[in-house]
Design a protein around this ligand. Structure first.
Ligand SMILES: [Mn+2]
Length: 300
């Protein structure tokens, strides 16, 4: 049996959707396959998506199994079910291991930098002329994957191919043009149910240099309003990690990042870095910035 699988620590909607979509594509081609993961699913897989009939298969180990690995190519992060000498194909969009797998698998190693690996799966359906056979649930899952991994097409990693793939999926789901807003609002609702945990789960603790404070939180939401009403919760949660903190609140509706900080020294350094001013502990940036992009800027 062919087993389509992904990473070990947790899987996000991109891996989750792509494993299932690729399993379905293999089946359409008459090849039996399963999509299996032993990893936790993270908060990008919303409740409504997890309740679809389209689900991962139950874990079954067979020494004859062969593996297709999706959305990961660094062996350190492989799902523990994978036997490396039985890998037959890798499809990923994280770079760094292209030549290693290229030597082992030849053209069956398909690794390239692109917004979402889900885009590559949509393109595989197209190449096989099977897009019209894709079921709606799989199309919705892949749409959510592209939205999540490209931050609603605002992240700098986004390519034209991601946008084209998304449009093709929209046709399958019946031109659901508001799906982006719906998807991100549902993610945000889950986040707001346990804001402290959501903040803790995405806080980077690292003294990268003199400019960036040791505690650097990030939250991505559709609408900043409810989150800013809980400024005290944010401040308390981050203060528990250290006095010098900042938070990058990405608001997709506004297409902006909001930087939160309270410590005067942190504020001064970040004002200099980003060329903007804090007002009431908030600095507005004119576009979406990812935390890793802000850190990168601090090194120049
Ligand atoms: Mn991905």
């Amino acid at each position: 049996m062919i087993v389509v699988t992904s990473g070990s620590r947790y899987i996000d909607i991109d891996a989750y959707a792509s494993c299932m979509a690729y399993r379905e594509l293999l089946k359409l081609k008459g090849i039996p396959a399963k999509a299996i993961s032993t990893a936790k699913i993270n908060e990008s897989i919303t409740k409504s998506l997890s309740q679809f009939d389209a689900k991962l298969d139950k874990l079954e180990n067979n020494s004859e199994d062969e593996y297709i690995v999706i959305d990961v190519s660094n062996q350190e992060y492989f799902d523990k079910i994978i036997k490396q000498d039985r890998i037959i194909e890798i499809i990923d969009h994280h770079t760094g291991f292209e030549s290693y797998w290229g030597e082992k698998l030849g053209e069956k190693a398909d690794i390239e930098f692109i917004g979402a690996v889900a885009t590559k799966i949509v393109e595989r359906y197209e190449q096989e002329n099977l897009l019209d056979k894709m079921n709606q649930e799989i199309a919705y899952l892949l749409m959510a994957a592209i939205l999540d991994n490209t931050l609603n097409f605002k992240a700098k990693v986004t390519t034209l191919r991601d946008k084209n793939a998304y449009q093709k999926l929209e046709k399958i789901t019946g031109n659901d043009s508001n799906y982006g807003e719906k998807y991100f609002l549902e993610c945000q609702e889950d986040m707001e149910k346990n804001l402290v945990q959501a903040i803790q789960n995405d806080t980077k603790l690292e003294q990268v240099n003199e400019i960036i404070p040791y505690v650097f939180g990030q939250l991505t939401v559709w609408d900043k309003k409810n989150i800013l009403e809980n400024k005290n919760t944010i401040s308390q949660t981050l203060c528990a990690f250290g006095k010098e903190w900042m938070m990058n609140l990405i608001c997709l509706k506004d297409e902006k990042s909001y930087i939160l900080a309270q410590n005067q020294q942190v504020k001064e350094k970040i004002e200099k870095l980003m060329g903007s001013k804090f007002k009431d502990d908030i600095m507005v940036l004119s576009e979406v910035w990812l935390r890793k992009e802000i850190i990168k800027k601090s090194f120049y």
